[in-house]
Design a protein around this ligand. Sequence first.
Ligand SMILES: O=C(O)CCC(=O)C(=O)O
Ligand SMILES: [Fe+2]
Length: 208
Amino acid sequence: VEGFLSDDECTYIQETAEPHMEYSEVTLMDKDQGRPASDFRTSQSAFIRAHDDAILTDIDYRTASLVRIPRRHQEDVQVLRYDVTEKYDSHADYFDPALYTKDKRTLALIRNGHRNRMATVFWYLSDVEKGGETVFPRFNGAQETSMKDCKTGLKVKPEKGKVIIFYSMTPDGALDEYSLHGACPVQKGTKWAANKWVWNEPMQFVPS
Ligand SMILES: O=C(O)CCC(=O)C(=O)O
Ligand SMILES: [Fe+2]
């Protein structure tokens, strides 16, 4: 959806998040315990609360009407910043309970698999001179397991104010492995973007 966010809103979100940005964490799967998040993701990020913020609250309601799911299913927005060479390897946005058996906190968050991220409304808050596309390597049913240096699949070019929607679940509530995606390295410029995650159940999400 082009122009979903105004230029002023994009600038406002960047300015609001900027002082809180930190090198991104990743919720590590059992097999990856002990590895640094930077093995997978080299961007910076910050969750920012819409509570008491008229601009962010307005965007939340606009998002709710776009996806036709009530606002209380939304997580606080997570703002991302990638400088040159920074990227995020391919992943799914849902938490597969089978891969987090040792992580009690994540299992509690997803109620052992009953609750999960259902859809992502992904916001592009800047243009990027070169690179920084979001890539979906399994587009059209391709049997890929990684983003393969961004060579295959559907690539979405960042455009300030544009948002895309993709689903992490199929309509029957199963986790959709075809939602695999990643962020290609930025080659020139800076990429600002954000994740607005919509869950399959209402929640009062409190980020750590
Ligand atoms: O930056 C992108 O294009 C995608 C980021 C992403 O998938 C995520 O943060 O979960
Ligand atoms: Fe993602």
